[in-house]
Design a protein around this ligand. Structure first.
Ligand code: 1GP
Length: 248
């Protein structure tokens, strides 16, 4: 029987199992095959693929290169509608609920919807929330939106709650790629206490201790991109830290 990516994610969440997702930006990754093999060996749960700007190569080509080396589900994390490709396992259908840019709340999705339908991709309706990480990130610049202030967990909490009430299936809290500071435990916990749906946390996570902080505060999935591009041995370290955490 085919189990959807979302169902297996929820299954792990309800079993109390934390997850690691590795974000691959086709424009930035140096040695894609080697990183993917490392993900495979260490048991990474998910691969996210995409970026605010993807200019070199194609998403499809990257999916094929990933899939030659692993069966880990590949989830599209699209910067725009051009990054939709049916060869992936699922699509994070993002609505930027922390911002007030109508194009990214619903406009792009309207244009992409028939396209997504045709692709047959599993879609996961995702409330995407940018949280201030100490610098202007590509995501906040490109989206033309102001992130939620880092010291206002109550705004993040109400935003996530509204997203869940509107029927979104996943909350993605992002300090933005290359954020100066990873998100505080207090911020993650506020959202965790408010919603039942799975929470993804990423942006600026560069060490096992920052990832463990995020898992402990309530993230179901921690996403790491930049730091892994610089040193892919971190993938193994993060998975070891995750296993240690699960044994406690
Ligand atoms: C960005 O959450 C992701 O959208 C990952 O961020 O590249 O800083 O790990 P980093």
């Amino acid at each position: 029987m085919h189990v959807s990516v979302y169902d297996s994610l929820v299954h792990k969440q309800s079993a109390g199992q934390k997850m690691l997702a590795v974000l691959i930006d086709p424009d930035h990754i140096q040695n894609l095959e080697e990183s993917v093999r490392r993900c495979n060996e260490s048991g990474v749960d998910l691969i996210f693929l995409g970026g605010s700007l993807v200019s070199s190569g194609t998403i499809g080509e990257s999916i094929e290169r990933i899939k030659k080396n692993t069966d880990i589900p590949v989830l599209l994390f699209p910067g725009d509608e051009l990054q939709i490709d049916s060869r992936a396992d699922a699509l994070l259908l993002l609505s930027l609920i922390s911002g007030r840019n109508p194009e990214l709340l619903i406009g792009k999705q309207v244009v992409a919807a028939p396209y997504i339908r045709k692709s047959g991709l599993e879609t996961i309706a995702t409330g995407y929330m940018l949280i201030d990480g100490g610098r202007i990130t590509t995501a906040s610049y490109i989206s033309g939106t102001v992130p939620i202030p880092a010291d206002k967990p109550e705004i993040a909490m109400c935003t996530a709650l509204a997203g869940e009430m509107l029927g979104l299936k996943l909350i993605y809290m992002d300090a933005g790629s290359g954020a100066k500071y990873a998100m505080s435990a207090q911020m993650i916990k506020a959202v965790r206490d408010a919603v039942k749906i799975p929470i993804v946390v990423g942006g600026g996570i560069r060490s096992t201790s920052e990832a463990v902080n995020a898992w402990r505060a309530g993230a179901d999935v921690v996403v790491v991109g930049n730091a892994i591009e610089e040193d892919n041995t971190l993938i193994t370290e993060l998975m070891n830290a995750l296993q240690d955490l699960q044994q406690i």
